[in-house]
Design a protein around this ligand. Sequence first.
Ligand code: M6R
Length: 608
Amino acid sequence: MCGIVGAVAQRNVVPILLEGLQRLEYRGYDSAGLVVVRDGQLERVRSTGRVAELTEKSAATHGLIGIAHTRWATHGAPSERNAHPHISKNHIAVVHNGIIENYEALRTYLTAAGYEFTSDTDTEVIAHLVHSHYARGNSLLAATQAALAELVGAYAIGVIAADNPDQLICARRGSPLLLGVGSGEHFVASDVSALLPVTRQVVYLEEGDVVELGRLGYRIFDAQGTQVERAVQVSELSNESVQLGAYRHYMQKEIHEQPQALADTLESVCNSQSLVPGIFGAEAAATFADIDSILILACGTSHHAGLAARYWLEEIAGIRCNVEIASEYRYRTSVPNPKTLVVVISQSGETADTQAALNHAKAQGHGHTLAICNVPESALVRLCKLRLLTRAGPEIGVASTKAFTTQLAALFLLTLVLAKTRGRLTAQQEQQYLHELRHLPSAVQKVLELEPLIAKLAEHFAGKQHALFLGRGLHYPIALEGALKLKEISYIHAEAYPAGELKHGPLALVDKDMPVISVAPNDALLEKLKSNLQEVRARGGELYVFADADTHIHAADGIHIMQMPEHAGYLSPILHTIPLQLLAYYVALQKGTDVDKPRNLAKSVTVE
Ligand code: M6R
């Protein structure tokens, strides 16, 4: 969601900015722009199209310092006049990611002070505020610091001035931003993938940091204005890991990466003979001994992972578990329990609602916190005492796939470690689960072999407007995830229900035009599910059933069966997720949608 790239170098920065923006495209955007300093003037190019269009429009642009941006509209429609960078009095240019909550009051004040607004954005107030302080003789750094002190809200920003071709100021609070350290050149970006062509040496900024970047060095000031040192880290992200390779879309690539992503996430555990709390951090043993319940906070797909985990945690570990949508929990008055472990789940680790929910939980007195996250340096990881990193690698497709299955694997590990801590796991059971986890990547690989059959099945959905997903128990969250995948990339309206709930309402929707997709594992609820499927068939509904071996659900008129290779016991939700991801992918191909960048959506939702 919004992407920032900036550079100050001894060469033309325009190609660096454009390539960086192109690498941030996956975050989601509706317009793009850049600005450079050239001969003491700001030269700006903006476009409502793709970065490719901005590249064409920037062919003649040249400068040794510049900032660039992809915008995901919040305040003001997607249009060229609202695209960043925003400029004040032809002198100060700003790019911004986040939301300025007090922008209306600032706009009124700045208008009265003689500033003319040319956009509907909240960002433009930052440009004018910096200008107002700069015009009073402050340095660009001091002017930016003074402007930031007047803002309420979240931001990552980059600032340059027409008469200062040597300095780029950037800052973050509530939105991600990192520095890239080069030789005689320095960079700033929303995430490291944007900088890989120019440097691997990065500095992750802390909340409230303000930075003055020059060609030969940089200075970082913390939220109190004190100059500080931050560690330079070498990013392990490989350039190949963010390239598409032989695949048609990132989503397809990422679906196929799941066996490896799971193997990597489970590596340390599968190579050992026993499960230890230490995989969650040094303090985990003491924390796990102290807690009596779990509270999971997350959004979207990560929330679905939490919903599945609740079944494991209560059944296997015998620990009470609540799962809440982060955007709701953050505003809800709940009853805190200091013996609760708050678990935040997030692919990006930057989701604004999940961060706010975690902070809300902490403010209520929750001291035990654990992040399950795919980005090691992210805000959520840094905000929690304990962590388990999923090792899915970069997920570029907006529709989350490998992040979800690795989150499930991580949550299963949490379940087992808690079960062991609570004396609910025999040594024999522990070995059996470890054996099943070691087998998981190859079991997922086998499910992926269903791809050609699912591609064929997807043809049935091309003309559909609606779809209903059914699951029961542990697989109800998987039905929810299947419906989310289908709706977000194919734009087909999809809903998921626990199958037992059908006759309490949704059965009214079922007729011959309503495809009903069911997850049918060979578990204790199978016979109940079969009865629910009969109810659908009796109303003329067309059934698409992903059935485990030995379920004895047979293909017939109006019943399409996709046979799963094996039943994976408690790990079955991970296997059953794969065909639903593939189904959504191939339906989206049929519909010709932009699979990796579905309309209106962003990869990391860094604003509320
Ligand atoms: O980065 P997070 O896991 O915190 O993101 C949460 C949701 O925004 C995300 O899962 C979203 O629902 C995906 N687009 C689903 O595919």
